[in-house]
Structures are given as C-alpha cells and as structure tokens.
Ligand binder design. Structure first.
Ligand SMILES: Cc1ncc(COP(=O)(O)O)c(C=O)c1O
Length: 418
C-alpha cells in the first residue's frame, strides 16, 4: 500500500509555502536559519498511526527525542499523545506541556541516579530498564522512598533493523537492552522484589526502518517473551514495541502505518495485552523544513558548483552524521535550466555538506532554500559549534504562523560562562 504523506510544503506563484503561508513572509520577520513546522502535518501523521492501530488497544507514546520543542509537545498532548522520554530533561518538557507522570515512559541507556530518583518520585508510567543492574538500583531507590516503581525491561532481540548502523539499536553488538535469553531470568529473579512492579516488556531495534520484517520479528519476539513471563506468573500490563517507523526522505513509498499495524497487531494480539508505541520520526519528520539563505556561491575550474548556506551541521547534523538524504527546494526557483550543486554549510568541517551534485535551478547569494523533512532529529540535535546560535522555530497552523522558539542570542550563550 503506498504511504500517504501529507504534503505541507508546496510550490505556488508566491514561492514555497507551508500550508499556504509563504516562507518568504516568515523569513522577512524572523530571518534565517529557521525551522518551520506544519501543525497539520503533525496531526495527520499522528492520526494515521492512531487510526492504523484502532483494531487493538494501544497508546502512542511519542518519542520526544525526535523533536521536543515545547509547542510541538503541547500540540501532541492536545491530540491525546503520551510520551517516551529519554532523559530527565525530556520528562521535564513533557510535564511542562501538561502531561501527567503516568503518561510518560522513561527509556535511556544511561539513566543517572538523580533521574531515576525523580522518575520514581513522580511515578512515571514505566521505567524501561536497560539491565538487571539498573533494575536493582531502581528497586533500592524506590524502596528508600517507600514506593514501588513501575518497570519494564528493554530486550535486545539481535534483529538487524536494516537502517544506518548509527541508528540500529537491536543487534547484540549494540549497547541497548538485554538479550532475550537473559531477559526471562532477570524478570524471574526479581519477581516480588520490594520496590519493583513489572508492568511491561520493551523493545526498540532502531530508527528509519523501511521494511516490515524486522519490526514484525521484534514484535513477535517480545510477545513470546510476554507469554513466557505469564507462564512464570508475571502478569504484565503492556507490550511496548518502541518506535522506528521510517519516512520517505527520497519520495519513494515506504511502509505505511497501516502495513506496520497489520504486521504488529497479530503478533501482539496473542498476549491479550495493550500495545505501547513510541514513534518519533514518523510523527514529526515530514512536518518540518529548515529554511536557510545562500551566503556565497562559487565554481571550481572543474565545474563543481557550491552554494554555501547560513545553516549547516550546527542546525541539522543528520547529513554529516549519517550521510542522510534531504530534499532541498529553492523557495523561489529561478526559471533557468538546473545544474548539479554541492549544498554546504558554513562550519569549518568538510563533512558540513547537505548534498552533493544535487540538480537544482541556479542559486544566487541571498536566495532562500528549504531543506525538507527535517522535523525529526533536526533542531533537537542543533549545537553552538563555531559559536553559531540555535535557530528560530515557527509553527504554522490554520493559515497563521507563530514563533515557538526565538533565535538564541550570543548573550544567551555567554550567560552560562563565568
Ligand atoms: C527507545 C526509543 N523509542 C523510540 C524511538 C523513536 O524512534 P523513531 O523516531 O525512529 O520512531 C527511539 C529513537 O531511536 C528510541 O531510542
């Protein structure tokens, strides 16, 4: 089934627009670089996943790591999302957005004592523990508080997600979770331990997964474990299959939410347990564009053309980190014939490249370009490298736009320094 992708960024006579709002008009007010998000695209993507899983009791815990800008978290909260937090900071953002602790699952391979103490104290819905040792520490901290922590164990089923090695997490060479063989023993040995209440099983094998098979196999492995635990007398409340659903960065159709649900639900149904889902990228990825300005162009004697932007790996590190592909669209394409361009950032690193040999209409200094599908793992990974300032962020909703994060200033940055 082809994937339905709501197209929020479209070309019109007035240049590229986001849901009818001209990107040029936004830039006139907030300058570049700026992340622009479509609220409608976020609602539609969330709704498509929610609808696809309608046949089985489920809860979407949006993975905050994909994009945790407060206004976006609030938007997702307003349409019923729960959250997957990967740090104390993300828990704080979820609470700030009006989320109750019970609607948060707390995942993360290196949770600190302070983070665990706080998660136990506020009573998060589940702490997805990464090891037997972490479960023991949670038990001790919870017992010290006179509380019972709701926990699940993250298993590493040794399944190749088939995505980039840097975002594959479910192989036995990866640092995440415990093996299936160890999981059953870990649950058994800690059953009835003061301070612990086992509520689920958890898996997350990677991100940007574009084939059904690994997702289905991971769900099957998790469901089998849940049934074995039931046989051991450990009554769980949910099966958490993590996130990972990929999006079509290159415009090719990939797995639809319906195909994903069609593969996962039959595996989990036999447990009789509700499903927890932790999608991140699939909810916000298509909804965002990074709008930047061309600050220089040059042509080498061999013909290679460069367009240097005022945004680079400091604003969007995915291409430098994973060699990832993003469509690049001039906001007002010139009508002359296209040619190959290297689209690069201003940072002093040769890896600061968004695209090589990308065939685009002619570009000139001061032109605006939009780097598409940057709603996920974009602004959240931005840094101050080369003392660049974090970009502004704008949310377009119902024909209006709002500044949801102002551009950082150099005073903001220096305020931390003594
Ligand atoms: C535990 C966990 N859950 C969910 C996600 C979200 O993944 P994605 O954005 O691919 O849906 C991640 C990200 O890698 C993760 O580590």
């Amino acid at each position: 089934m082809p994937t339905f992708v709501y197209q929020s960024f479209t070309h019109t006579d007035t240049g590229l627009v986001c849901d009818g709002v001209s990107l040029e008009s936004i830039v006139e007010r907030v300058d570049t670089p700026v992340y622009v998000y479509s609220a409608r695209a976020i609602r539609d993507a969330y709704g498509a996943i929610d609808d696809a899983f309608a046949a089985h009791p489920h809860r979407i815990h949006y993975a905050l790591k994909a994009n945790s800008t407060l206004a976006i978290v609030r938007l997702l909260r307003s349409i019923g999302s729960a959250f997957d937090a990967n740090s104390g900071g993300e828990i704080a953002v979820a609470l700030c957005a009006g989320c109750t602790p019970a609607d948060i699952v707390f995942t993360g391979v290196g949770k600190t004592r302070a983070e665990l103490e706080r998660a136990i104290a506020i009573g998060v819905g589940a702490i997805n523990a990464e090891s037997g040792g972490e479960l023991d520490r949670i038990a001790a901290l919870a017992a010290a508080q006179g509380r019972e922590a709701r926990v699940a164990l993250r298993v590493n089923p040794d399944i190749d997600a088939g995505s980039h090695p840097n975002i594959s997490t479910g192989l036995k060479i990866n640092k995440f979770g415990v093996s299936l063989e160890d999981a059953r023993t870990i649950y058994r040995e800690r059953r009835g331990r003061a301070g612990l209440r086992f509520v689920g099983v958890h898996v997350h094998i990677g991100s940007q997964i574009t084939t059904i098979d690994p997702l289905q196999r991971a769900a099957r492995a998790l469901a089998t474990l849940a049934l074995e635990l039931r046989d051991d007398g450990i009554a769980l409340e949910h099966v958490d299959v993590g996130g990972g659903l990929g999006i079509a960065y290159e415009g090719r159709p990939i797995i639809s939410a319906a195909d994903y649900a069609g593969a996962v639900i039959p595996e989990v149904r036999r447990t009789g347990l509700p499903l927890l889902l932790e999608p991140g990228r699939a909810v916000v990825g298509h909804a965002g564009a990074l709008v930047a300005r061309v600050v220089d162009t040059k042509r080498y004697p061999d013909g290679r053309r460069f367009a240097v932007l005022d945004a680079g790996m400091g604003e969007l590190i995915r291409p430098a980190l994973y060699g990832s592909y993003h469509q690049i669209a001039p906001v007002r394409p010139r009508p002359s014939p296209p040619a190959p361009w290297d689209i690069v950032g201003p940072i002093c690193e040769s890896s600061d490249v968004f695209a090589r040999d990308r065939v685009l209409p002619p570009l000139e200094v001061d032109d605006l370009v939009a780097i598409l599908d940057t709603g996920a793992y974009g602004s959240v990974m931005a840094s101050n490298y080369n003392r660049h300032l974090l970009p502004a962020e704008v949310l377009v909703d119902d024909g209006q736009w709002t500044l949801i994060r102002r551009r950082q200033t150099i005073d903001d940055v220096l305020a931390l320094e003594l």
